[in-house]
Design a protein around this ligand. Structure first.
Ligand code: ATP
Ligand code: MG
Length: 283
């Protein structure tokens, strides 16, 4: 069995479970215990606080883990990033009170910075030759400047709304983070095989994530116009319809690209456009 550590509750829990499910791995719900074997795949899930995941993988308690890159960097554990997972996106940034006239990062020299990420912050300051006073607090870092506990903060930002409501502004982005699958080299050949299968399934889920399958009806005489709008790399399927004057065109598109070309497809003569989600794509 391959043991995979995931966050027991919190921001990464739902999407970690969803990823396993989309990869066809059924984790029984109901009574939640620390360690739950999957019903149909040689994997067991170890539910932990995210702080403990890097260490659990480094020490071999778990074989792999799903955790924020920010936690991996902060804990400085000897683990490798096997795969970026594309969810839990956020950044670690320095923020200061809005009313300060900020020129560059030298502003932080001699200042007191509150953070829950002293490791990443001290590396960053050291690299930039800045000496500051790092004040470690575990929760509600963003209120520190308001209560004069610190001059600035170094914290997780996603939308930035928490900063705004505390009258802070983001001035330096230090790390871009997302959920990652971590592991080590010291894994048995048997477990390696299970892991390879898991990675293959994750790849297939991810490949499908931002893709759409689109179908449309096109008059035969407009077919070339429509095909010229579709991105060149993909070769669409063209099928006859009962009405000889019409055909059906099917293709796979990036979701982003779809929104750009939808109006051009209509202008070119496509009708009855259907857009479907793709569950998996085997590359
Ligand atoms: P735990 O109880 O497991 O220790 P936690 O409170 O430390 O949980 P969460 O707030 O659940 O952690 O966040 C988990 C991870 O989600 C973060 O480490 C980060 O990688 C990611 N994340 C994404 N967006 C955000 C955000 N807006 N705020 C905080 N974390 C975020
Ligand atoms: Mg935590």
């Amino acid at each position: 069995m391959l043991r995979i550590a995931i966050q027991s509750k919190g921001r990464l829990y739902e999407e970690s479970m969803a990823l396993l499910e989309e990869a066809g791995i059924k984790i029984p719900g109901g009574k939640r215990t620390l360690l739950v074997p999957a019903r149909n795949f040689p994997v067991e899930v170890l539910f932990l606080r995210d702080d403990d995941i890097p260490e659990s993988v480094a020490s071999g308690v778990a074989d792999v883990g799903i955790v924020g890159l920010n936690e991996v960097m902060e804990k400085r554990c000897p683990v490798g990033i096997l795969k970026k997972l594309g969810f839990g996106k956020c950044r670690l940034s320095l923020a200061i009170p809005q009313n300060i006239d900020y020129q560059d990062r030298n502003w932080f020299s001699g200042k007191k910075i509150a953070t829950s990420y002293p490791g990443i912050l001290s590396d960053y300051l050291h690299k930039n030759g800045i000496v500051s006073d790092i004040h470690v607090i575990t929760g509600s870092v963003e209120i520190a400047p308001g209560i004069r506990l610190a001059d600035a903060i170094f914290d997780i930002v996603s939308s930035g709304s928490t900063l705004v409501s505390n009258r802070l502004k983001e001035v330096e982005t230090v790390v871009e983070s997302e959920a990652v699958l971590i592991g080590t080299d010291s894994i048995s050949p048997e477990k390696r095989g299970i892991l390879d299968e898991l990675l293959f399934r994750f790849d297939s889920v991810q490949a499908a994530d931002d893709k759409k399958y689109i179908l449309m009806n096109v008059p035969q005489k407009k077919l070339n116009d429509v095909l010229s709008v579709l991105p060149g790399i993909k070769s669409p399927t063209v099928m006859p319809l009962a009405d000889k004057e019409w055909c059906s065109v099917h293709t796979v598109l990036d979701e982003k690209c779809f929104w750009e070309i939808i109006n051009r497809l209509k202008t070119a003569g496509a009708e009855g456009i259907l857009v479907l989600d793709i569950e998996k794509m085997i590359l």
